[in-house]
Design a protein around this ligand. Structure first.
Ligand code: NAD
Length: 368
């Protein structure tokens, strides 16, 4: 794990042998406010991955002008392989174990394999509605299931297309991962006339050059658990998403999805990072040299944390969507324009802006 002028401030590792719960919270930086970030539940999550995600949250909140710092949590468990009851026990054990920092230094939220149901359990265990966001509406929450992150990814894609003078209509799109983020991005993109030719999830990749139907994809997931059960699907390994003959590639699943060795395969002219940390700065530089534009994760997928902030201040779902509309296209355009003017990758520009803001806040922060 790397330490620098920004953080991480706190790394907490927790373990409950009775439940088999083993997890981490990394609070990267709290100069702008309590550390904000979701709880990821995957079989291979590590403290290092959580720290990198926490740092991405620090940049994301700063760039979205939110009074939140950056944090993230992870529980090592394959949510698809455990029972509903065991998953609930894991969340309860995790919440009890990290109570000491919630909500003053860490405010949780949903992430891979955690939803409004886990947020309900988490808030009830902590005994404080401010413990997390993405809660069910009955608890005063704005669940991420309303699609705020995917909507922001769609807006970032639309704005990037306008900047690149690409008409989104009839553009071929591939989406890696069709969970919360990927499916809502797919819904809004197809509504805007884009053609969804390639979609992957944990089960594999499906491809149809004439376009896949978002509704049929959702049916396959709802009834059988994966996009590979799409009617008459031509199923390929999910890694093949990188070879897709598309104009736009949206990442919405795993970290480090595109590595240097993959750059040769990419046909898309635009990549929008719906997922967190899918591409390193070094690899984005190689992509940029090849003429491929990338909207960085902390710009493109900020919709979730913007909606979290609106929930945190007791605003409405409508206000969340409005704030996303005000923030994400503006930031996408700003970063692309500066990138174009300076001949540098968008991520580098965005990082500098975020870093400047955080380091200034650190100087005036009483506690750091
Ligand atoms: P999710 O659990 O709802 O969906 C994850 C999807 O990825 C599923 O379709 C799963 O089958 C698929 N997947 C898993 N392994 C895969 C693989 N090897 N190849 C292709 N697909 C694979 O998770 P989510 O909430 O949609 O999060 C996805 C990404 O977006 C994560 O990086 C997360 O950190 C990021 N993100 C989520 C939110 C949010 O509001 N949920 C906000 C910001 C960023």
């Amino acid at each position: 794990m790397e330490f620098d002028a920004v953080g991480p401030e706190k790394i907490i590792e927790v373990y409950n042998p009775k439940i088999g719960m083993h997890g981490f919270v990394v609070i990267d930086n709290t100069a702008l406010g309590p550390g904000k970030g979701g709880i990821r539940m995957t079989g291979n999550v590590t403290s290092n991955e959580v720290a990198r995600l926490a740092r991405a949250m620090t940049w994301k909140c700063a760039l979205a002008d939110l009074p939140f710092g950056g944090a993230k949590a992870g529980i090592i468990a394959d949510a698809q392989q455990i029972s509903k009851g065991h998953k609930e026990d894991m969340i309860i054990a995790f919440a009890n174990a990290i109570k000491i920092v919630v909500p003053d230094l860490y405010v949780a939220g949903p992430d891979i394999s955690t939803t409004m149901e886990e947020m309900r359990i988490f808030a009830e265990t902590i005994g404080d509605l401010s413990a997390c966001t993405g809660k069910p509406a009955q608890m005063g929450g704005i669940p991420h299931e309303v699609g705020t992150t995917g909507y922001g990814v769609f807006l970032a894609t639309k704005q990037a297309c306008e900047f690149l003078a690409m008409d989104l209509k009839n553009k071929k799109i591939a989406i890696e991962g069709y969970g919360n983020v990927g499916s809502f991005a797919g819904k809004f993109l197809t509504q805007a006339g884009a053609i969804l030719t390639d979609v992957s999830d944990k089960g594999g990749l499906i491809h149809d050059p004439n376009g896949l139907s978002h509704d049929k994809l959702m049916d396959a997931i709802a009834h059988k658990g994966s996009v590979v059960y799409y009617p008459n699907a031509n199923v390929l390994p999910n890694d093949a998403i990188l070879d897709a003959e598309v104009d736009i590639l949206i990442t919405a699943a795993i970290p480090d999805r595109i590595k240097a060795k993959d750059v040769e395969k990419i046909k898309a002219k635009l990549i929008v990072e719906g997922s967190n940390i899918p591409i390193s700065l070094e690899v984005e530089k190689i992509l940029h040299e090849k003429g491929i534009w990338v909207v960085p994760d902390f710009i493109a997928n900020a919709g979730g944390v913007i909606s979290s902030y609106i929930e945190y201040i007791h605003g409405t779902e409508k206000e969340a969507f409005q704030r996303i509309e005000k923030t994400i296209p503006k930031n996408t355009l700003k970063i692309f324009e500066q990138s174009n003017a300076q001949g540098r990758v968008p991520r580098e520009i965005a990082l500098e802006l975020a870093q400047e803001k955080i380091l200034k806040a650190c100087k005036t922060c009483r506690y750091l």
